[in-house]
Structures are given as structure tokens and as C-alpha cells.
Design a protein around this ligand. Structure first.
Ligand SMILES: *[C@@H]1O[C@H](CO)[C@@H](O)[C@H](O)[C@H]1NC(C)=O
Ligand SMILES: *[C@@H]1O[C@H](CO)[C@@H](O)[C@H](O)[C@H]1NC(C)=O
Ligand SMILES: *[C@@H]1O[C@H](CO)[C@@H](O)[C@H](O)[C@H]1NC(C)=O
Ligand SMILES: *[C@@H]1O[C@H](CO)[C@@H](O)[C@H](O)[C@H]1NC(C)=O
Ligand SMILES: *[C@@H]1O[C@H](CO)[C@@H](O)[C@H](O)[C@H]1NC(C)=O
Ligand SMILES: *[C@@H]1O[C@H](CO)[C@@H](O)[C@H](O)[C@H]1NC(C)=O
Ligand SMILES: [Zn+2]
Length: 766
């Protein structure tokens, strides 16, 4: 009988790093030690009364704590990399510490971007000059950052304005039909149309537009929507790896870094400023379709000109330190299985909606979990509360952390539950990967609806949508992206309300929340309830509450949509159809197995091992959807079912690689494009097949060898570190700086690989 290596009834949450490491080494090297340990403890009162803790969690809901946390967080604007932002990190940290939760801060020094100077002047044909107001009214001394686009290049242009609608492909086609030439002009674009800011600017640049002004066509005419124009996610100087202190950082002029930023400059303006420009335009008539959906008043014409715009923007890119703050509640029986709850903390301005309504919920979950701990609770699995920094610049805090801990997270994370703008108004809008559908639905039956007395959230939500309506995580718009799209961790994203009018403006403040978003903080209570219960079930249920049948059903739906779309072509969808059938069969088999094991209360070694094996299958199945090569042209995005499409206008919001291939081929009915589309179909089919196999228990590894492998040059002296050996071969004789850089890069790759091995051995998160 092995010694229990720590006492589960011990209420102390702080355990030393050494204990952690020791604990995890035991897990890896002596799995059976753990198993005996389980059987020893599965009968403790703490485990038997899981229901008691779920009920206690629900009954500990309050709206005033949520209001208090939100008030604190939104006292000052707290843009990432600034001092007030550090203060919010310390506030969150001290909150966790005051609850006796094990607390941890991880810093990254990353490239951020701030505005220095901006001006836009209108030059009328009669010689008069008008200077646009670029900041929001009444905010000169509040510390709110001037409206800008992070990572926009600096520069100055003088040109005629032209209205580009949403800046989509089809908008340029409509302009072309009317003979409008946009080359050399300053584009005026309204936000929307499903394009990211980066996509809008890149598409404009590709057509010779010299700069872009963007406005939000909303009821809230005075606000200006800040945002990032970087492409991709994470610190631009450490693409694909954790940007740790003393780690590899690319140079600012490295082509890989340069291509993350647009080549032309851009700036957000208010709708009032946009009206001033749009009312002065002459030239071709605005297409009826555009005009009828505009709130903003215009001349009804698109330009270009006759007025001229002088648009200048100066910004600085600089290294700044950002902080991720964590609280860890160690699992008592499966400490090496993680349930992560995450929300970002940094805001463009005060951030009452975006993101601190979610931060208030995170802090309240910490409070309520701490209460359960005082009542004797110890979750079965480890729960980690994550407060991310620099999300607004491109999911930087979460991405760096995921990249740094990829192997550990990939092999131990059960689920990532994200909340960003928790409360924007009325209505429940969840997004999940489909294995969560049943669990989420069940949980909404336990939470009260915030807007109707005596109804559950489930009743109101399903009445509003005439059924269950769960969105999928296709957009890259919050911190779930690195977890799902890069690491393949099943994910959730929860919202109350949508499309709030003060998005990224100086008016996203506590006052707005109290006046419009959630006057009684009851919607905050509802989100907190759903979020906290999801994590509780995932951390507590002996068999993970995942059902993959809805996943298979969803894939079948996608297949039906594709069948219509590809009708008449000689492209075969059969590979996806067959793979989806395999997934459905595996899902069904797993469900039966889960049912059997749930009924079996035995705690002998064999049964405990069977549960653990089944849970591993349920946890790893999502990883099957990852493809090592990732999306064509965007290899960081590895998920074949959900991820970004290159063309926001594509009808398909799933299978991004295939959607991109179809977009590229549109109109061209050449065999070459069919072949590419068919190849993407095979890649998806293989991904679905991997998920099906994993669900049945065949575990796969996706990492490439960095230490041993083939060298390109058999004569090379090095018969280890093949990537480095090849880089050295390529450079032999050539003593140019370029080759030094690629050798250095290979050395960093090897170093990170060795580090991953070290972390895996210790099973530590940083
Ligand atoms: C993280 O950064 C903050 C602010 O720059 C600093 O005070 C703190 O000591 C850093 N923490 C660690 C662990 O490096
Ligand atoms: C010039 O034209 C603009 C726009 O039509 C008008 O607002 C302005 O008053 C004019 N200025 C002069 C000096 O005529
Ligand atoms: C445009 O504005 C900038 C900044 O205000 C100024 O330096 C520049 O001379 C102006 N250019 C023209 C052509 O008016
Ligand atoms: C909490 O909810 C109650 C009932 O809806 C309400 O009367 C109270 O004002 C709310 N408190 C806060 C701080 O919003
Ligand atoms: C599919 O059709 C295209 C053109 O319609 C043709 O060029 C190509 O060879 C066909 N491919 C197959 C696999 O039949
Ligand atoms: C690479 O090495 C060569 C020869 O040692 C040296 O001249 C060159 O400056 C180095 N380049 C860089 C970027 O360090
Ligand atoms: Zn946000």
C-alpha cells in the first residue's frame, strides 16, 4: 500500500513548488500509485456530496459583490502595458490571495502599440479647411487613450476620400460596376460585414487605397471604436512560441514580423466625423443596398472627392510588460487534469462591458469556490482561474501562455471556459464546441433567468430562439482562440446581450452598465452561475460530461450544406461523410460505456482505471481535429473544423481550410482548383477520423522530433539536432548574416523542445 502523498482533507491550498513537481512526477512514473490512492479516497464525504457543493454554489449568488468588483475594476482606464493596468492585475491578485487561493502571476514582455499624434483635415474646393475632432467629447483629462488602431504604421497622406461600404470584395465589385476608381484615394469604411480591421485595411491596400478611416454606424454617434489591425494572434515578436524573458525574439524588421502589420495607415473616427466627410462626397451614386442600411446621413454619393483629406497618424510600437494572473484550486483525485476558466482584464478604456463584466464574474466565482472550500470541498480535478492581459492587442497574454505550456496543456486540459464581454444587454448567447451542448443545456435549467421572475434561464433562452441555439467558435475574437484553434482544447464562450453600442469607446463605463447594460446586476449573476456550474461539473463528475453525438450531428449538417454548395462539381464529399459516420459510431459506443461506468460505483483499481481511460478518450478526442500543418497560409491555426476563414464573406463558417479553398476557386472551374478543394476535404476527413479513433482510445502524438531525425546532408558531421545540422549545411561557405539568423533560430527551436521535455517531466505550468 503506497503512502498517500498528501492529505486530501488538508485545507491549506498553498503547497510548495517542490510538492507540485513531486506529485506530478509520481503521476507520470507510477500511475498505479495514484490508482490505489483514488480507491482509498473515493468514499470521502467530500466526494459523495458533490450535489451539496453544487447547491451551495448556487445559493451563494449575490449581485452586490459583482457590482462592487466591477466598480473597482473600472475606476480608471486600464490599457494593457500601462500603470493603471498593472493596478488591476494587483487587484485581481490580492482578491485571489485574500481568499487563500494559490495565486500565480506570469509576466511577458511583448510588443504593444500606442498613438502619439493624429490629425484629419478636410480641404474644400472653395479653399476652406476643416479639422475633424478625433477624440470623444469630454475626455481630454481622463487618461482615456486617444482613438487609434494598434500597430497601424505611421504616415501622412493627401487624397480624395471614397466610400467603400464595409470594404468587402463585393463592395469593390459594386464600385467597379459604377466606374469608381479607388486607387490613390483615402477609403472611408463602416465597420461590420464580418471582416476584421486587418482584413479591411489589407483589402484596401491591395487596391491601391492609401489610408483608411473606419467608423461604426451605430445609434451612439459620438463614440469611436478603437481596435487592433494586427493579423494573427500573440506577441508579433514570438510567433508560435512563448515570448518568455531571455527567449527568442524576432527583430522588428524581420519579414515575418512586418507581414503582421498592414502596409497603409488607418484610424477610427466617430460617426459624426464620418458624416461630415460622407455629406461632402460627389461622384457616383451610392448603391441602394448600402444606403438603405445606413444610419449615418450622407450625400447619397460615394466620391471620390471633390474634397481632399489630409490624414496623418504617428504611433509608437514599444516593448511593455503584461501580466497574466492565476488562481489554482488543486484537484484532490486527478490533480493533473485541468479545468480552465479565463477572461481578459485589459481594456481599451474603462472596460465595464469589455471585458470587466467577465472579470467581475471571475472574481465572484473565486469568492464562491473559496466558500465551498471552507465548507470542506476539494474538487476531483484541478481548477485554474485565468485573468489574461493584452487581449485587445491580439489575444497576447493567453496566446503566449498557451504557446509556452503547449505540451502540458495539450496533455492535461479537460476544457477551457471563456467569458469576455459577459454582459452587454439582454439575451443569452453561448458558443461552444458541440460536445458541451448537453451539459450546457442541463445547466441552464438550474440557473434563474435574470429578466423574468420565476423562469429558468433555459425556459427564456429556448423560448426566445424557439429551441436550443448554441453558436460555434469560428471567429478569432477572444482568448479561446489559442486553446481551441491552436491546442485543440474543448472550449466555451458565454455572453449576455450582443452588439452593445459603446464597444471599444470611452463610454464603456460603469455608468453605462448601470444605466443600460445591467441595472440590477442580475445578468451578471446569471452568467456567473452558468460559468461556475460548468466548471464545477467538469471538475467534479467522475465521468466527464461530454457527449460527442451532437458533434457528429453538427458535422453531418455541415456536410449537407456542402453537398448543396458543391452540386454539379466533380468534387467528392464522401471522405467526410464516411469519417463522420465513424465519429458517430465512436460517440455512441463511448456514451454507452459512460453509462455503464456511471452506474458502476465500484472503487477497485480496475474500475478506476477504466474511468480514467474513458475520460482520457473524451478529453483527447477534440485534439484529433488538429492538423500538424494547420491552415494553408496560416499554419498556427491547427483546427480543421473551427477557425478563421481568409474571406469573411464566405458562406461557410466551418471547415476554414475548405472554405478558403472554395473562395480561391470561385468562378474558376479549373481542375487545379478542384484538386485543391478535394485535398482540403481529405484533410478534414482525416481529422474527423483521428477524433473518432481517439474517442475509441487510440492516442496520437502530433509533435515533430527536434533531437533525432534525418539530415538533408548525409555528409554532415552532426548526427543529432537535424534541423540545426541542415541549417549549418545550407550556410557552409556562406558567412552571411542571413544564415547566422537561421542557425540561431534552429538553436532556439531545439532549446524550446528540450524545455518542453523538461516541463513534461515535471508537469508544471508556468
Ligand atoms: C511582473 O511585472 C511587474 C510589473 O512590471 C513586477 O512588479 C513584478 O515583479 C513582475 N513579476 C515577476 C514574477 O517577474
Ligand atoms: C466652402 O464649402 C463648404 C462646404 O460646402 C462650406 O461649408 C463652407 O462654408 C464654404 N466656405 C466658404 C468660405 O465659402
Ligand atoms: C497635412 O497635415 C500634416 C499634419 O498636420 C501637416 O504637417 C502637413 O503639412 C499637411 N499636408 C498638407 C498637404 O496639407
Ligand atoms: C440586486 O438585486 C436586487 C433585486 O433585483 C436589486 O433591488 C438591487 O438593487 C440589486 N443590487 C445592485 C447592487 O444592483
Ligand atoms: C473535374 O472537373 C474539371 C473541370 O470541370 C476537370 O478539369 C478535372 O479533370 C475533373 N477532375 C476529376 C478528378 O475528374
Ligand atoms: C554572421 O557571421 C558573420 C561572420 O562571422 C559576420 O560577419 C556577420 O556580421 C554575422 N551576422 C550577424 C547578423 O550576426
Ligand atoms: Zn474583450
Amino acid at each position: 500500500m503506497p503512502q498517500p502523498y498528501y492529505n486530501v482533507s488538508n485545507k491549506m491550498l498553498f503547497i510548495s513548488k517542490q510538492t507540485w513537481s513531486f506529485l506530478f512526477i509520481l503521476f507520470i512514473l507510477a500511475f498505479f500509485t495514484t490508482l490505489l490512492h483514488y480507491s482509498h479516497h473515493t468514499n470521502t464525504p467530500a466526494h459523495k456530496s458533490s450535489h451539496f457543493y453544487l447547491d451551495s454554489f448556487l445559493s451563494s449568488a449575490t449581485n452586490y459583490t459583482l457590482a462592487t468588483y466591477l466598480r473597482h475594476l473600472t475606476l480608471h482606464p486600464h490599457l494593457a502595458g500601462t500603470l493603471p493596468s498593472l493596478h488591476t492585475a494587483l487587484y485581481v491578485k490580492s482578491h485571489f490571495q485574500s481568499l487563500n487561493l494559490q495565486t500565480h502571476v506570469t509576466n511577458y514582455t511583448v510588443l504593444l502599440s500606442y498613438p502619439l499624434f493624429s490629425s484629419v483635415t478636410l480641404h474644400f474646393p472653395n479653399g476652406s479647411v476643416l479639422s475633424l475632432t478625433l477624440s470623444e467629447p469630454g475626455l481630454s483629462s481622463t487618461g482615456v487613450v486617444k482613438p487609434y488602431h494598434a500597430y497601424s504604421p505611421s504616415g501622412s497622406v493627401y487624397g480624395k476620400p471614397v466610400f467603400l461600404n464595409y470594404g468587402r470584395e463585393m463592395d469593390y465589385i459594386a464600385l467597379g460596376v459604377h466606374g469608381v476608381k479607388v486607387k490613390g484615394c483615402v477609403g472611408i469604411v463602416r465597420r461590420g460585414g464580418r471582416l476584421s480591421r486587418n482584413e479591411v485595411v489589407e483589402k484596401a491596400a491591395a487596391r491601391g487605397v492609401t489610408a483608411v478611416l473606419m467608423f461604426t454606424d451605430s445609434e451612439f454617434a459620438g463614440g469611436v471604436e478603437r481596435g487592433t489591425v494586427m493579423s494573427g494572434v500573440g506577441d508579433p515578436l514570438s510567433p508560435g512560441w512563448g515570448g518568455v524573458e531571455n527567449g527568442e525574439k524576432l527583430r522588428l524588421d524581420d519579414p515575418i514580423v512586418m507581414q503582421k502589420f498592414p502596409s497603409i495607415h488607418s484610424l477610427p473616427i466617430s460617426m459624426i466625423s464620418a458624416e461630415t466627410i460622407l455629406k461632402s462626397l460627389e461622384g457616383a451614386e451610392m448603391p441602394y443596398e448600402w444606403r438603405k442600411s445606413m444610419r449615418c446621413s450622407t450625400s447619397g454619393r460615394v466620391g471620390p472627392g471633390p474634397i481632399m483629406l489630409n490624414f496623418t497618424y504617428e504611433g509608437e510600437r514599444k516593448m511593455a510588460t503584461v501580466q497574466n494572473v492565476f488562481a489554482v484550486i488543486r484537484g484532490s483525485e486527478e490533480p493533473d487534469r485541468f479545468v480552465l476558466l479565463g477572461n481578459h482584464r485589459d481594456a481599451w478604456t474603462y472596460g465595464a462591458v469589455d471585458p470587466n463584466s467577465g472579470t467581475a464574474a471571475l472574481l465572484d466565482i473565486a469568492r464562491r469556490y473559496a466558500l465551498l472550500i471552507r465548507l470542506g470541498w476539494n474538487p476531483r480535478r484541478t481548477i485554474i482561474l485565468c485573468s489574461w492581459d493584452a487581449e485587445e492587442f491580439g489575444m497576447i497574454g493567453s496566446t503566449e501562455w498557451v504557446e509556452q505550456n503547449l505540451l502540458t496543456l495539450g496533455s492535461k486540459s479537460v476544457a477551457y471556459l471563456n467569458v469576455d464581454c459577459a454582459v452587454q444587454g439582454p439575451g443569452f448567447f453561448p458558443s461552444t464546441t458541440p460536445q458541451f451542448d448537453d451539459l450546457l443545456t442541463e445547466i441552464t435549467k438550474k440557473v434563474n433567468d435574470p429578466d423574468s421572475e420565476g423562469m429558468t434561464l433555459y425556459e427564456r433562452w429556448t423560448a426566445a430562439n424557439r429551441g436550443i441555439r448554441i453558436q460555434r467558435l469560428t471567429a478569432v475574437d477572444s482568448d479561446f482562440a489559442p486553446f481551441l484553434h491552436h491546442a485543440g482544447v474543448p472550449s466555451v464562450d458565454l455572453y449576455y446581450g450582443k452588439d452593445f453600442p459603446v464597444y471599444h469607446t470611452a463610454f464603456d463605463s460603469y455608468n453605462w452598465m448601470v444605466n443600460f447594460g445591467d441595472p440590477f446586476f442580475q445578468r451578471h449573476v446569471a452568467v456567473t452561475g452558468v460559468w461556475g456550474l460548468l466548471a464545477l461539473r467538469l471538475a467534479e463528475d467522475p465521468i466527464l460530461p461530454f457527449n460527442y453525438l451532437p458533434y457528429a450531428a453538427e458535422l453531418q449538417d455541415y456536410n449537407r450544406i456542402l453537398t448543396d454548395l458543391l452540386e454539379g462539381s466533380n468534387i467528392s464529399l464522401h471522405p467526410i461523410t464516411a469519417a463522420t459516420q465513424q465519429l458517430a459510431a465512436a460517440a455512441k459506443q463511448t456514451l454507452e460505456e459512460a453509462k455503464k461506468l456511471k452506474e458502476d460505483e465500484a472503487t477497485d483499481e480496475h474500475t478506476v482505471l477504466k474511468r480514467r481511460i474513458l475520460n482520457d478518450q473524451l478529453m483527447f478526442a477534440e485534439r484529433g481535429f488538429l492538423d500538424e500543418e494547420g491552415l494553408q497560409g496560416r499554419p498556427w491555426f491547427k483546427h480543421m473544423v473551427y477557425g478563421p476563414r481568409n474571406d469573411g464573406e464566405s458562406e461557410l463558417d466551418f471547415f476554414p481550410g475548405l472554405a478558403n479553398a472554395i473562395s480561391r476557386s470561385s468562378g474558376l472551374k479549373s481542375g487545379e482548383h478542384n484538386a485543391e478543394t478535394q485535398h482540403e476535404i481529405w484533410r478534414i476527413a482525416r481529422a474527423i477520423q483521428r477524433a473518432a479513433h481517439t474517442l475509441k482510445g487510440i492516442v496520437l502524438s502530433v509533435l515533430r522530433m527536434q533531437v533525432y531525425g534525418p539530415r538533408n546532408d548525409g555528409e554532415n558531421e552532426l548526427d543529432f539536432f537535424p534541423g540545426l545540422a541542415n541549417a549549418i549545411s545550407r550556410s557552409s561557405g556562406l558567412k552571411s548574416g542571413e544564415h547566422n539568423a537561421s542557425i540561431q533560430h534552429e538553436i532556439w527551436r531545439i532549446a524550446r523542445a528540450i524545455q518542453r521535455a523538461a516541463h513534461a517531466l515535471k508537469c508544471e505550468l508556468t
